[in-house]
Design a protein around this ligand. Structure first.
Ligand SMILES: [Zn+2]
Length: 367
């Protein structure tokens, strides 16, 4: 498809403009300005004119977003990688930002402006009102996804139960009920396979047909791993939502944790951020509540008496010198997370749990 190449050059043009504006004037050009540029470009260059204007605009929007984030990082004094140009092989999707304008479904087929009628194998029926249409290229073909508004909610019946979850390294997650959900290690298991495919790519001559084939195979392995992970996360999120009205989780600052080299692999393995996103979305549709709880000390404080029991990551059991509680480290955290969450929401605490030592002492000191 020459389309990807064309989009890629449109993106490069937009990126170049951003770059020139930044390096020579230290200002960012606005999206509106760039959209005007697109109109001018289309008039001059026939390959851009062959694309729907919304598709081009969306490219500009992406570049704009990338630059906004870049400037934000610069402002915060963080190490800011300059946005880089993505070549044809890295440009995987394009978006029609208005359903019916450039893309729509007709009689089971997808009709795309300037491309024509495309046969689609539907994974599930469209629900709600389609707003945008994104076409994406994956290792094994092209995919279309619709962002829809007014998707009907399917509210589940109340169960009267609330749960805390601790997302860990040993188990993917542990609930305040003491249930352990094992960590998916596909990425690790597939790592050997990935490494083998990686080597095969580098062994082959750049630009050769055989190398291209090896790159495709590698992409397929990556895709399989990503799909397995997603599938697993959807299932686990469904289980939690089916059983509980409210789910409390640690407000993970995954970004900070990933910087710690020892943990990074397991963290990306488990894809906690992605899991939490799925959990929040599913909960919203099911009429359930998901509450992020400040993670400070939840792994240390005792879930029964509130005493602070410092322990390193390698200590797997919580042993409280104050009240004698002996419990799996992660289960103690999950209970503590639930308690903190319920306190924040103003729900009376679980039976048998108490505030942290400091707070309790303060409370009892008040006459
Ligand atoms: Zn205790």
């Amino acid at each position: 498809m020459g389309l990807a190449a064309c989009l890629s050059s449109a993106l490069q043009a937009a990126l170049e403009q951003g770059k020139i504006a930044w390096t020579s004037h230290r200002v960012s050009i606005t999206r509106k300005q760039q959209e005007h540029e697109i109109t001018a470009m289309r008039a001059e260059m026939p390959e851009y004119a062959a694309l729907h204007v919304h598709v081009l605009q969306e490219v500009v929007t992406r570049v704009d977003r990338t630059f906004q984030r870049f400037f934000q990082r610069v402002k915060q004094g963080e190490k800011a990688g300059y946005p880089r140009f993505k070549g044809v092989n890295r440009y995987h999707s394009f978006t029609f930002k208005e359903y019916h304008n450039g893309a729509y479904v007709d009689n089971g087929s997808l009709v795309l402006s300037r491309i024509g009628r495309v046969k689609v194998i539907w994974s599930r029926p469209l629900e709600g009102t389609p707003k945008t249409v994104t076409i994406r290229r994956e290792a094994d073909g092209w995919y279309v996804s619709f962002a829809c508004a007014n998707v009907p909610c399917v509210h589940l019946e109340k169960t009267g139960k609330e749960v805390g979850i601790d997302m860990g390294l040993k188990s993917f997650l542990t609930t305040s009920e003491g249930e352990h959900v094992e960590n998916p290690r596909w990425f690790r298991a597939s790592e050997k396979k990935l490494r083998w495919h990686n080597k095969r790519v580098s062994r082959r001559k750049p630009g050769s047909k055989r190398r291209k084939k090896a790159v495709q195979d590698l992409a397929k392995v990556h895709q399989t791993v990503a799909r397995q992970r997603l599938d697993y996360q959807h299932k686990e999120a469904n289980k939690l939502i089916a059983k509980n009205d409210v789910i409390y989780h640690e407000d993970l600052e995954v970004r900070n944790m990933v910087r710690n080299r020892h943990l990074s692999k397991s963290i990306s393995d488990a894809g906690w951020g992605q899991f939490l996103t799925i959990l929040h979305h599913k909960a919203a549709r099911a009429g359930r509540e998901v509450v992020a709880v400040p993670a400070q000390y939840t792994s240390q404080d005792c879930s029964r008496c509130g005493a602070r029991v410092p322990k390193s990551l390698s200590v797997r059991t919580h042993v409280c010198p104050a009240c004698g509680l002996v419990m799996d480290r992660d289960e103690n955290s999950a209970r503590r997370i639930k308690w903190v969450g319920q306190t924040l929401r103003g729900v009376p605490g679980m039976p048998g749990t108490q505030p942290p030592f400091g707070e309790r002492n303060r409370a009892s000191a008040v006459p």
